[in-house]
Design a protein around this ligand. Structure first.
Ligand SMILES: O=C(O)C1=C[C@@H](OP(=O)(O)O)[C@@H](O)[C@H](O)C1
Ligand SMILES: C=C(OP(=O)(O)O)C(=O)O
Length: 421
């Protein structure tokens, strides 16, 4: 297990965050379903993106990365009829690929690591067997599927993971007849489904949003395209917080009208009281006196750790709600965010679907367990900037899941870190 020690200080400067992990997953999968060649750039490899790349290769797609430009030929996708798909620790890869492999009638064994085998897949175990897909599992991974997915009505909750809806939206257009998705509870993480619908349209796939779900015409063909991947708002939020917490940060490559739900970060840091502004396509965030706020995290789950760290240093009491789903991510993120803040002398209480954080002027130094969760490690590094003495973070290798260059970027902006052997 690797660790780093962060010296308190401030970050300053200009950075382009990595390409959006969620957008890259979607572009790679869409390209793999085209009978032809698509290009996707820029691509930044992380463990999660590698998992999706290897998954489409397992199905027979040809994916070639030259520098940061990816070429994908989906002409032979589904040519392999009996495959193993290693999703590593990527929930997106797992939930997106299960129905897609089933739509291709592929016999597939899904495996994973870390916490992925325990993260929910029961929704598929309920809705796929009635539509032609035998699922064999002890409850999690490994999962074996067999049989060709048939069109039908897929009823599922919208507040367990939006990834199940995304996976079905990718798969159902490939079937001969029309299908429906009916949501039995209100959709959360809605921005991610917006991203899915936006990317599907880039590949010529149309889905209709209905009051209670989606209508997906069958017999559609994915059309090759050349996709530009915008910067990642979820990763940008860590450095926006560094700006709000005493620094002066300018970020390039972000789209203000992005389909990414985490674009809300710009608004949330403004509401905290930071000076957030756009100029010539660049987003700047500078420190000001920060004040508490009420945050509904229903559509922005990945922002919670860094929003909570910001609240730990904002005056008053901040309540973050709508976050029950954080308990089924790479860690129980409500518990591990609370542990991160309290390990540094902050005040944080958790309740069933959120956190209450009371701000203080400065955190203490100490040691934080990264809990094997990339977003906890990155949030801890930002929290350490405002500690009274150095902070050691354990398990920093988990940043490889989504942002391998995080600590290099942290140093580029003036962060002082020591990599511990
Ligand atoms: O579809 C996606 O790209 C994602 C959806 C979100 O999950 P939930 O929909 O389960 O909240 C988010 O936490 C994850 O990092 C990426
Ligand atoms: C939960 C995350 O991703 P995934 O669900 O794809 O594992 C994340 O990136 O925080």
């Amino acid at each position: 297990m690797s660790s780093v020690t962060v010296t308190p200080g401030r970050l300053e400067g200009t950075l382009t965050p990595p390409p959006s992990k969620s957008a890259a997953h979607r572009a790679i999968l869409g390209a793999a379903l085209c009978k032809g060649i698509s290009t996707i750039s820029p691509i930044a490899l992380s463990d999660d993106i590698t998992a999706t790349l290897e998954a489409i290769r397992s199905l027979g797609a040809v994916a070639t990365l030259k520098g940061d430009a990816l070429t994908v030929d989906g002409s032979h996708t589904f040519s392999r009829r009996d495959v193993t798909i290693d999703c590593m620790e990527s929930g997106s890869t797992l939930r997106f690929l299960i129905p897609v492999a089933a739509a291709g009638g592929v016999s597939a064994e899904f495996v994973g690591r870390g916490r992925l085998p325990e993260r929910p897949i029961g929704i598929y175990l309920d809705c796929l067997p009635p539509c032609g897909v035998q699922c064999t599992t002890q409850g999690g991974l490994p999962l074996h599927i067999q049989g060709k997915l048939q069109p039908g009505v897929f009823s599922l909750p919208g507040d367990v993971s939006s990834q199940f809806i995304t996976g079905l939206l990718y798969a159902l257009p490939l079937l001969e007849e029309e299908s429906r998705i009916v949501l039995t509870t209100p959709l959360q993480s809605a921005g991610y489904v917006d991203m899915t619908i936006h990317t599907l349209a880039q590949f010529g796939i149309a889905v209709e949003q209905l009051p209670d779900g989606y209508r997906i015409p069958g017999g559609q063909q994915y059309q090759p395209n050349n996709i530009q991947v915008e910067a990642d708002w979820s990763q940008a939020a860590f450095f926006l917080a560094a700006g709000a917490l005493g620094g002066d940060i300018t970020l390039e490559g972000l789209l203000p009208l992005s389909a990414q739900g985490d674009r809300e970060a710009a608004h949330l840091f403004t509401r905290y009281g930071a000076l957030v502004s756009w100029s010539q396509g660049k987003l700047s965030c500078r420190s000001k006196f920060l004040c508490h706020q009420e945050i509904d995290a229903s559509d922005i789950p990945d922002l919670v750790p860094i929003l909570a760290v910001t609240a730990a240093l904002a005056s008053g009491e901040t309540r973050i709600s709508g976050a029950a789903r954080l308990r089924i991510k790479e860690s129980d993120r409500l518990a591990t965010t609370q542990a991160l803040i309290t390990a540094l002398g902050g005040h944080c209480r958790q309740f069933h679907d959120g956190l209450v954080i009371r701000g203080i002027p400065a955190l203490s130094g100490g040691q934080v367990d990264g809990a094997g969760d990339h977003r906890i490690v990155m949030a801890a590094a930002i929290a350490a900037l405002r500690a009274s003495s150095p902070v050691t973070i354990l398990g920093t290798e988990s940043v490889n899941k989504s942002y391998p260059a995080f600590f290099e970027d942290f140093k580029t902006l003036g962060g002082q870190i020591q990599f511990n052997p």
